[in-house]
Design a protein around this ligand. Structure first.
Ligand SMILES: *Cc1c(COP(=O)(O)O)cnc(C)c1O
Length: 358
């Protein structure tokens, strides 16, 4: 077996033991005589997988019975549309922070539905960053407010969750369950599964039941959050395989101990940022106080050197370090499942590369 160090921003590395266990259970799940992929979503075997996945996630996030956890296809991008369709009614407005590529996409979808107040704007700032605490200009009486806790492309993360004064909704696609966070501050949060939670194919959406109930009833059934809440995401056939792997990843997080995991995440990121800060060769893309612990972004003196860096790293078994096509540079995505050994390997490589080319 030869696994590389996979720095992909998503779909991203999964815990090896989860993959190996899934492989063991692939053709005959716990003596059922069939794969999870082949079983009815109405049967008791699948039901146990579904319930346990939700329960483990709720436990890890500290969510009580006021909350529902839903599996919705279409990824985080579908949430960009569903949120305003459900909650941005005629005569209302919603607050959106424009913090980077992803929050900008979210607010553009909302603008197709209704009135949007851009409450902070640092989308195009270089160095990349998040809005400072006092920079958000929240609107009294807004239907809801929307933020992105980690901008995956720019490598900037909100270290402190702001108080918005209206129901707070957050895109946490790339930093959910990666650090200590008070999830009870939110009315809803969601993540495309393929970064920190499991395979691609769905968003995991945590929503207060009370908020789901307030959603529009004038949109198709599959677009209403209440449908997922009322039917426990079993109104239609859910992405059963993805939910199974998601549940296995949640069990892995629980076994690791989330405090241990959060500490490891900070250590992993610090190792790379320390190399950047100790060098006149590498230059971090994000302002220091907003540096992401999940997506570490930096530049080299020239684009030619960046291309060479990526080429040599790939040859040394470190894949997908190329920054997003919209910004260039280097990006190391080091989500929960990314191993410390891979970070050590990268750090050694960075030092060597600077010595040879700096
Ligand atoms: C990847 C990503 C998305 C898009 O997710 P899809 O599941 O591909 O729609 C949205 N927001 C953030 C912060 C992301 O990192």
């Amino acid at each position: 077996m030869s696994r590389v160090y996979n720095f992909s921003a998503g779909p991203a590395v999964l815990p090896l033991e989860v993959l190996q266990n899934a492989q063991k259970e692939l053709v005959d799940y716990k003596g059922c005589g069939m794969s999870v992929m082949e079983m009815s979503h109405r049967g008791k075997d699948y039901d146990a997988i579904h319930q346990e996945a939700i329960a483990t996630f709720k436990e890890l996030c500290g969510l009580n019975d006021d909350w529902s956890v839903c599996f919705i296809q279409g990824g985080a991008s579908m949430q960009f549309a569903m949120i305003p369709m459900n909650f941005l009614g005629a005569g209302q407005s919603a607050d959106y922070a424009n913090q980077g590529t992803w929050s900008n996409k979210a607010l553009k979808q909302a603008q197709m539905i209704g009135t949007v107040n851009v409450v902070a704007n640092c989308q195009k700032d270089i160095p990349t960053r998040m809005p400072a605490d006092g920079e958000f200009k929240w609107t009294a009486g807004a239907a809801y407010s929307h933020i992105c806790t980690n901008e995956t492309i720019s490598g900037a993360e909100l270290k402190k969750i702001p108080e918005s004064g209206s129901p707070l909704i957050a895109d946490m696609s790339s930093d959910i369950l990666s650090c200590e966070r008070d999830y009870s501050k939110f009315a809803m949060f969601y993540a495309g599964a393929q970064k920190n939670l499991g395979p691609s194919g769905m968003a995991v959406v945590a929503i207060r039941k009370e908020l789901a109930e307030k959603g529009s009833t004038a949109i198709p059934t599959m677009l209403q959050y209440r449908t997922y809440v009322d039917e426990n995401s079993l109104y239609n056939t859910p992405p059963t395989w993805g939910i199974y792997i998601f549940g296995e990843v949640m069990k892995w997080v629980k076994k690791m101990g989330k405090e241990n995991l959060f500490k490891l995440n900070a250590e992993k990121a610090k190792k790379i940022y320390d190399v950047i800060d100790g060098s006149g060769f590498y230059r971090g893309t994000a302002l220091k106080e907003y540096r992401s612990n999940m997506n570490v972004t930096w530049r080299l003196p020239t684009e030619e050197l960046e291309a060479q860096f990526i080429k040599e790293a790939t040859a040394a078994g470190m894949k997908s370090l190329k920054g997003h096509r919209s910004v260039g540079g280097i990006r190391a995505s080091i989500y929960n499942a990314f191993p410390m050994e891979g970070v050590d390997c990268l750090v050694d490589f960075m030092k060597e590369f600077e010595k040879k080319n700096g």
